[in-house]
Ligand binder design. Structure first.
Ligand SMILES: [Fe+2]
Ligand SMILES: [Fe+2]
Length: 278
């Protein structure tokens, strides 16, 4: 592929600035938290003015993915337990839900499965705030939605190429676009004001060894992505055998027996999250 073509495709993707529209309250809350003295009560009040959104957030935070199933009764309670970064990620994911379901069959389930696995892995590795890992997992393949929803012709070329050459979706994106959804994620994450740890995990989940600042989170998402594909839970765009970077297991200090334990827990929880829709 010529450099010219690569640059023009990149431009096309980066032009999709309004994708997807996020709820108005998110903007208001973002302004509010610029003041570090803002209370969680004040933030909760703003979010609660959007009742549809609040109901979606409560449904999501009460799923087994975040470790408090059925125990979170209000937005304020959710903010205190999970923090605003997690709530912001959840609002983004529920806002793209319709688009994701229409654009790529199985990608929502793949994302839910990855979030579930991230939470299990982060807990097992002893990391603090496993909910933030879960949100990184929930958002890790969002870049695929941009191409699929906004550039359907290029998306068709990518999927045709997957079939014809038996490639991974990621490799096919690189063939057709000149780069993968990990690069699109980096741009999206910035555009949406996600925190740097979640942004880096989203943009490094295929090459966690290259993560600069938040290697553990990038490694957790990488391993979770691998495991959820192994389970064949949902679909992330191809049915090639996934690869697992040994560096990721070393970073987490995981042995094969740890992976077995994680998979046992996944088997239980995936059943419970499989019907989580909005
Ligand atoms: Fe990916
Ligand atoms: Fe994935």
């Amino acid at each position: 592929m010529t450099e010219d073509l690569k640059t023009s495709i990149r431009g096309e993707i980066l032009q999709v600035k309004d994708l997807p529209t996020l709820p108005h309250v998110l903007e208001k809350v973002t302004k509010l938290i610029e003041n570090p003295d803002t209370s969680s009560e004040a933030i909760a009040k703003v979010i609660s003015t959007d009742q549809v959104l609040s109901a979606k957030v409560l449904k999501m935070v009460n799923s087994p993915i975040y470790g408090f199933p059925g125990r979170i009764s209000s937005i304020q309670h959710a903010l205190v337990l999970l923090g605003f970064n997690v709530i912001r990620g959840i609002i983004i994911s529920t806002s793209v839900f319709d688009m994701m379901v229409q654009a790529m069959k199985g990608l929502w389930e793949h994302s839910l499965g990855c979030a579930t696995a991230c939470n299990i892995i982060a807990r097992r590795a002893g990391f603090e705030d496993p909910e933030e890992y879960a949100v990184a997992g929930l958002l890790h393949d969002l870049g695929k939605v941009v191409t699929a929803a906004q550039l359907p012709e290029l998306h068709k070329q990518i999927t045709d190429n997957v079939e014809a050459k038996q490639l991974s979706y990621y490799q096919s994106e690189k063939d057709i676009l000149g780069f993968g959804h990990d690069r699109i994620n980096a741009w999206l994450g910035k555009h949406w004001g996600l925190p740097p740890n979640i942004r880096e995990a989203m943009s490094r989940h295929h090459a966690p060894q290259l993560a600069e600042f938040y290697k553990p989170m990038s490694c957790v998402v990488h391993v979770a992505d691998f495991l959820v594909r192994l389970f064949e839970f949902g679909n992330s765009g191809d049915d090639q055998t996934a690869y697992l970077r040994p560096e990721a297991l070393i970073e987490l200090n995981f042995k094969m027996t740890d992976l077995d334990k994680v998979m046992d827990e996944m088997a239980e929880q995936l059943l419970e999250v499989s019907d989580l829709t909005f």
